[in-house]
Design a protein around this ligand. Structure first.
Ligand code: SF4
Length: 233
């Protein structure tokens, strides 16, 4: 079996797994090409610069200091069995396993689920605008299947919506949150879009990025729909 390809590592974080001290592994490879991707160096599957066994030994050395290891990317599930086997080994050390996923691989998510304790699932846009944002025509349906499956597990998770004003309007955000609430999502994070590079053709203004966060009516509505709403500004 192919070894896991690790492209990056954050050794300590308090924000990537709710309520737990964690480290994050960034796995290489992603089937999507989101317009706002801040990790373009992680999109191609290739030799990750981190040696998997040395990284495993480092994770082992964090026993008692960290509580969770988060698998992020890229799209962590794109590496299939290599990711799942590694999750299994890390979990056996006693760490909780977190997964950040764009939901593109519902079948792999099912196979990984026994080894994942918490997931952050991206819901990137309305169905109508999904393809224009992520560059893939089946991504919405895949995410939708993953979301429904994860809800059916009863395991903890949050849905994450990044409000990129080039692809999301306030009405779109309402549509997304209503869909999530209707499916039974309990926790949602509304994230501010932070441009990582200049888009000369479709530049965004601070006001456009702020519009989702300074609208009291919208905020109150969203806050009323979920048990937990995190506003990541
Ligand atoms: S899913 Fe994440 S890693 Fe993949 S292209 Fe989109 S933002 Fe980048």
């Amino acid at each position: 079996m192919r070894e896991i390809q690790i492209g990056g590592l954050v050794p300590f974080t308090t924000i990537d797994y709710p309520g737990k001290l964690a480290a994050v592994l960034f796995l290489v490879g992603c089937p999507l090409r989101c317009a706002y991707c801040s990790n373009p160096h992680l999109l191609q599957v290739g030799d990750g610069p981190y040696d998997p066994e040395k990284t495993f030994d480092w994770i082992k050395s964090r026993t008692g200091r960290l509580e969770a290891i988060v698998f992020s990317g890229g799209e962590a599930l794109m590496q299939g069995d290599a990711t799942i086997e590694y999750m299994k080994r890390v979990r056996e050390l006693g760490f909780a396993i977190g997964l950040h996923t764009n939901g593109f691989y519902p079948d792999l998510l099912k196979r990984a689920a026994p080894f994942v304790d918490w997931a952050g699932i991206d819901y990137k846009a309305t169905r109508a605008k999904y393809e224009s944002l992520v560059g893939n025509g089946i991504a919405y349906d895949q995410m939708s299947k993953s979301l429904d499956f994860w809800i059916s597990t009863g395991k903890d998770f949050e849905v994450r919506v990044t409000c990129d004003p080039r692809f999301i309007t306030k009405d779109d955000l309402m549509e997304i949150v209503q869909d999530c609430a209707g499916r039974g999502v309990k926790k949602i994070a509304i994230q501010k879009y932070q441009p990582h590079f200049e888009d000369a053709e479709h530049a965004t203004t601070p006001e456009a990025r702020e519009q989702f966060f300074n609208n009291t009516e919208l905020r109150n509505y969203i806050n009323s729909k979920f048990e937990s709403v995190v506003w990541r500004e």
